[in-house]
Design a protein around this ligand. Structure first.
Ligand code: SAJ
Length: 439
C-alpha cells in the first residue's frame, strides 16, 4: 500500500481521499480551509453527496485517513484543488485561474523525493501539467520522468453519483512519460473497476475538456432548438423526444442555462488555449449564457397584466437533486427579475443558503402563497412531484407556472386550473407517448 497526500478536499478530493483510505492506503487529506478541516475531523461532510458521509466515517474509523491543513512527505501526491475562471470586464473571455494549482504544487515541491508520484486531478488548461506543475516540482533538482513521476488524471464522475462512478467509470491517465502514466494507472487500479487508458498528460487534459465541451455544445443546440420551436409554434420537448427515436440521435434538454463548476467553466480553458480555433465553443457558451434572459422575458410576458408581480422562483441549484449553486443560471434569473422590480421569492428544495448572503425561502407553501407565477428553474424531485391542488399552488394569486425544465405534467396542471408556459412550447405538437429522456 502507498502513503498518499491528497491536496484539496472538495467534491473530488474528499471522495478520492476517502476511497483510497478504505482501500488500505495511508492517506493524508489536506485543505487550506481550517474550518473545513475541523468539520471533517468531526466527521461533518460539507457536500451533499449520497454515501459520502458513510465513506468518510469508514475511512477515518479505519485509521487510514488523517485530515490536516498542511501536506507531509508521502509516496504519492494528488492535487485536487479548484481551477476557477478569472473574469474581468477588460477581458473579452474569462481566463483560467491556476493560483490554487500553483499553491498546491509549491507546497509539495520541498517534500518531493526520488521515486514519488505526483498526479494533477484538477481539470486544467492543456499543458498545465507539463508547463506549470512540472517546472515548480523540478526546482529542487529532481527531474520528472527520471527521478519522480508526474501525471494528469481528471475525474469524470457525475455529481449525485460520485461514489458509484469513482469506481465504475473508465479513467484516462496522462503521463509526462510512459512510466508516469503506468505508475498512475497502478495507483488508481487499487479501486477503479473501469478501464484505465494511458496517454500523455496534455492529451489527457484536453480529453477532459472535450468531454464537457461536447455536452455544453449539445445543450446549446437544445436551447437553440427551443428558440426555433417557440418561433414555429411547436413543442420542442415533444419534437426532441421524437427526434431521439433515431438510433444515432441524442438531443439533450433545453433549460434556463448551464451551471455547475465544470460545463460552464471548462470550455473557456480550451478557448484560452486556442482562441482563433474555437468559434463554435464560444458561440455555444453565448447561447447557453443567454438563456437566463430568455427565461426572464418569458416570465415578464406571463405576468405582463400584473402590477408589481410576486414570483416564486423554484430551484436555485444548478441541476436537479444537488445542493450546489455554483454558476447556477437560476441566480441570474432571480437577479434579472428583481432588476425588473418584481418581488421574487427564491426557494430551493435542498440548498438553504444562497451565495453572498442571499436569503432562500425554506417553506415551499409560504413561497407560493399569493404569488402571481411560479417559475421552475431546477427540476428537483420535490418540484416534479408537486401537486397542483396542494396548499402551495392553491394559495397562488394567479395560477401560472413557467416550467423551464419541462419537468411537470402539463395536462395535469392545466386540469388544476393552471396556465403552463415552457421554453419552446408552441403547443401545436400532438401528444406523443412519453419516452425516457436520455441525459
Ligand atoms: N443541462 C441542461 N440540459 C441537459 C443537461 C444538462 O440544461 O440536457 C444543464 C444542467 O441543468 C446543469 C448543466 O447543464 O446546469 C450541467 O449539468 P451536467 O449534469 O451536464 O454536468 P455536471 O457539471 O453535473 O457534470 C459534468 C459531467 N460531464 C459530462 O456529462 C460530460 C460529469 O461527468 C463530469 O465529471 C463533470 O461535469 C465534471 O466534474 O467535469
Amino acid at each position: 500500500m502507498t502513503k498518499i497526500c491528497v491536496l484539496g478536499l472538495g467534491y473530488i478530493g474528499l471522495p478520492s481521499a476517502s476511497m483510497f483510505a478504505t482501500q488500505g492506503h495511508e492517506v493524508i487529506g489536506v485543505d487550506v480551509n481550517l474550518v473545513l478541516v475541523s468539520a471533517l475531523r468531526r466527521g461533518e461532510v460539507h457536500i451533499q453527496e449520497p454515501g459520502l458521509n458513510m465513506l468518510l466515517q469508514s475511512a477515518t474509523q479505519s485509521g487510514n485517513l488523517r485530515v490536516q491543513s498542511t501536506p507531509e512527505r508521502a509516496e504519492a501526491y494528488i492535487i485536487a484543488v479548484p481551477t476557477p475562471l478569472e473574469r474581468h470586464p477588460a477581458m473579452d473571455t474569462p481566463r483560467p485561474d491556476l493560483r490554487h494549482v500553483r499553491a498546491a504544487t509549491e507546497a509539495i515541491a520541498p517534500l518531493l523525493e526520488a521515486g514519488n508520484l505526483v498526479i494533477l486531478e484538477s481539470t486544467s488548461p492543456p499543458g498545465t501539467t507539463a508547463n506549470v506543475v512540472r517546472p515548480i516540482l523540478e526546482r529542487n533538482g529532481l527531474h520528472a520522468g527520471h527521478d519522480f513521476w508526474l501525471a494528469f488524471c481528471a475525474e469524470r464522475v457525475l455529481p449525485g453519483r460520485i461514489l458509484i462512478e469513482l469506481v465504475t467509470n473508465d479513467r484516462i491517465v496522462g503521463g509526462i512519460d510512459p512510466i508516469s502514466a503506468q505508475r498512475a494507472r497502478d495507483l488508481y487500479g487499487s479501486f477503479v473497476e473501469g478501464e484505465i487508458m494511458m496517454t500523455d498528460a496534455t492529451t489527457a487534459e484536453t480529453v477532459k475538456l472535450m468531454e464537457n465541451i461536447y455536452r455544453d455544445v449539445n445543450i446549446a443546440l437544445a436551447n437553440e432548438f427551443s428558440r426555433v420551436a417557440g418561433h414555429l409554434g411547436i413543442d420542442v420537448s415533444a419534437a426532441i423526444a421524437l427526434a431521439n427515436h433515431h438510433p444515432r440521435v441524442n438531443i439533450l434538454r433545453p433549460g434556463p442555462g448551464v451551471g455547475g463548476h465544470c460545463i460552464a467553466v471548462d470550455p473557456w480553458f480550451m478557448v484560452d488555449a486556442a482562441p482563433n480555433e474555437t468559434n463554435l465553443i464560444r458561440t455555444a457558451r453565448a447561447v447557453n449564457d443567454a438563456q437566463p434572459a430568455r427565461v426572464a422575458d418569458l416570465v415578464s410576458a406571463v405576468v405582463s397584466d400584473v402590477d408589481h408581480p410576486t414570483i416564486a422562483a423554484l430551484g436555485m441549484a444548478y441541476k436537479a437533486d444537488v445542493d450546489d449553486l455554483r454558476e447556477s443560471p437560476s441566480l441570474d434569473v432571480v437577479r434579472m427579475l428583481r432588476e425588473r422590480g418584481y418581488t421574487v421569492r427564491a426557494h430551493d428544495a435542498l440548498a438553504h443558503r444562497g451565495p453572498d448572503g442571499m436569503v432562500l425561502e425554506t417553506d415551499l407553501t409560504a413561497a407560493l402563497s399569493g404569488a402571481d407565477a411560479m417559475v421552475i428553474l431546477t427540476d428537483h424531485t420535490t418540484y416534479r412531484e408537486l401537486d397542483p391542488w396542494s396548499a402551495g399552488p392553491s394559495g397562488m394569486t394567479h395560477r401560472r407556472v413557467v416550467d423551464t425544465r419541462a419537468c411537470i405534467d402539463r395536462a395535469r396542471w392545466q386540469s388544476g386550473g393552471f396556465e403552463v408556459h415552457a421554453l419552446g412550447a408552441g403547443g401545436r405538437s400532438s401528444v406523443v407517448e412519453e419516452v425516457p429522456h436520455r441525459i
